[in-house]
Design a protein. Structure first.
Length: 252
């Protein structure tokens, strides 16, 4: 009789132990699942940032850098230019030519000083972040044997080609009697609207002579120039008047 009682007790103990193990396993599984859920909820949401723009436009690397080349093509297409400028940079960007890196803001400050404007810096501007509406500037890298007249003429031909107009190679030549053609007057005006910058000496320049490779650039304010060119009807280009300061087309 005692032997039977011992057998029953052993079975009961075995069942009890099994239940304890099952409850422990279930409890551990529940705890791990709950802890995983809490950690997931506490994790910060992933932020998908938009592609960053190029802060430095590297002229030396345009053909090798597919992303940079695509960016330059996109910017040129917005203005309908292709060969008239080498790169288009924003006023809050910098560009690199050869070993020299120059910020557009540095150049703009020197242009304003040269023109007599006072350059003021708002000390709070650094806390305000980058400018939202930055201007665009076309940069032409001056090569040997370049002259300012031909640089402007090529820029103008590029612009009119986008409009479906092919300029004659002689379109800038004076008319009979020595008077400047309409295109010639446009080019004379262009000389007053662009700036030459010596990137080696880091100063505004006025002379394209003594050109060293990758030493000087011609800077176009794309928004200002195209605002003017878009007002000109090429059919009436020869009616353009220029007095050395102002360009205009007299009324009929």
């Amino acid at each position: 009789m005692q032997k039977k009682t011992f057998q029953i007790s052993s079975k009961a103990i075995g069942i009890a132990v099994s239940c304890i193990i099952l409850i422990s396993v279930a409890g551990l599984w529940f705890w791990l699942k709950r802890d995983s859920t809490v950690n997931t909820k506490n994790e910060p949401e992933k932020v998908h940032l938009p592609p960053t723009t190029k802060s430095v436009i590297d002229y030396n690397n345009i053909e090798k850098d597919k992303e940079l080349k695509a960016l330059m093509q996109k910017r040129k297409a917005e203005y309908g230019v292709e060969k008239g400028v080498d790169i288009i940079t924003k006023s809050d960007e910098s560009f690199k030519i050869g070993d020299s890196t120059v910020s557009m803001q540095e150049i703009l400050d020197k242009i304003r000083i040269k023109s007599g404007d006072i350059v003021e810096r708002d000390l709070k501007s650094k806390k305000m972040g980058p400018m939202k509406n930055s201007e665009s500037f076309g940069i032409y890298v001056v090569q040997s044997r370049d002259n300012i007249w031909n640089i402007h003429f090529n820029f103008l031909k590029d612009y009119f080609a986008h409009k479906g107009i092919s300029l004659s190679p002689l379109a800038d030549e004076p008319k009979r009697g020595g008077q400047s053609s309409g295109v010639g007057k446009l080019l004379k005006f262009s000389e007053r609207t662009v700036n030459i910058y010596n990137i080696k000496e880091r100063k505004i320049d006025v002379d394209l002579n003594l050109i060293y490779p990758l030493s000087k650039v011609v800077i176009y304010n794309m928004d200002q120039i195209f605002a003017l060119l878009d007002l000109i009807d090429y059919e009436h280009v020869n009616r353009i008047q220029f007095d050395g300061e102002t360009l205009w087309i007299p009324p009929n």
